[in-house]
Write a protein that binds this ligand. Structure first.
Ligand SMILES: [Zn+2]
Length: 283
């Protein structure tokens, strides 16, 4: 099983996680810039963070045979902090970097006027830099958040096929399915979306434009839930090609739209892939 985790915050994970992920078949990841759990007090803090997302973290991942890309943005939560707003002026510099494959995470947290402004400004940046956009949907008041998100996306003029709405569930999937946007699902250990629930959604809506991620961070999360979802798919009667589409080819197609995805040496089909053979124990 070859796995591309399209949304995972490796900065907050250990090298043991990289090792276990590689052994489970994770060959590539996208790490979106996000909130760090406590407020940043200046723009300089973003500079160091973005630098580590395109420098140190790809190096760390590479030691385990995992290819690492990033997305950069001012996240929705910190869009409300005036100290962070100047980050918008810093972004163009990072959006030109090779390892940056989208603008994200952007979108809504509490749906404030400040978030409106910053969301629209960053969709404009995605257009200007010809990059896809990774859009976080709020965990509270989800349906209203998704409706408002779709309206802002439509207004921006960005092609829906270059946008993923993430953290969807059984309710919000209905709102996004026919818009042409990509559908992202974050699989969590105890709450929200689980592998069996994800399998039900794939049965009902098919595999097209569907992305599955672990969204693992410093909270309760599990970077191996992509693999668990692939296994649940197989048990439910999907074949290996369906699993490969959802866990590999779909994220490759979506982030490939940046023109910057570099998967040399990691994208060979399972049967011929030599990477991580020691870690994988031949399995
Ligand atoms: Zn995230």
């Amino acid at each position: 099983m070859r796995i591309f985790d399209p949304h995972i915050h490796m900065t907050s994970r250990t090298t043991d996680d990289y090792e276990r992920m590689a052994a489970a078949g994770v060959r590539a990841v996208v790490e979106p810039a996000f909130w760090l759990g406590q407020p940043r007090t200046s723009v300089d803090s973003f500079v160091d963070y973005f630098d580590s997302l395109i420098g140190w973290e790809p190096f760390r991942a590479g030691q385990f045979g995992v290819r690492h890309h990033a997305t950069v943005a001012l996240n929705p939560k910190e869009a409300n902090d005036p100290r962070c707003r100047p980050v918008l002026d810093l972004l163009p510099r990072y959006l030109e970097k090779d390892g940056v494959v989208a603008v994200g995470e952007i979108g809504y947290d509490s749906m404030t006027p400040e978030e409106d402004e910053v969301f629209a400004a960053q969709l404009a940046l995605a257009l200007a830099h010809d990059l896809p956009a990774l859009v976080h949907t709020p965990h509270r008041d989800k349906a209203r958040g998704v409706e408002r998100t779709l309206a802002v996306v439509a207004e921006s003029g960005i092609a829906p096929g270059r946008v993923v709405l993430d953290h969807l569930n059984e309710v919000t999937v209905e709102l996004v399915r026919d818009t042409g946007c990509w559908l992202g699902f974050s699989i969590y250990p105890e709450t929200k979306m689980s592998p069996p629930r994800m399998v039900e959604l794939l049965k009902r809506y098919g595999t097209e434009r569907m992305l599955v991620n672990s969204a693992a961070d410093w909270g309760r999360s599990d970077p191996l839930l992509t693999r668990a979802t692939g296994e649940a798919m197989l048990l439910a009667g999907f074949d290996a090609d369906d699993v490969d589409r959802v866990l590999w080819r779909n994220p490759v197609e979506f982030y490939g739209r940046s023109g910057r995805l570099d998967l040399r040496d990691v994208d060979a089909p399972e049967s011929t892939f030599a990477g991580n053979s020691i870690l994988r124990g031949g399995s």
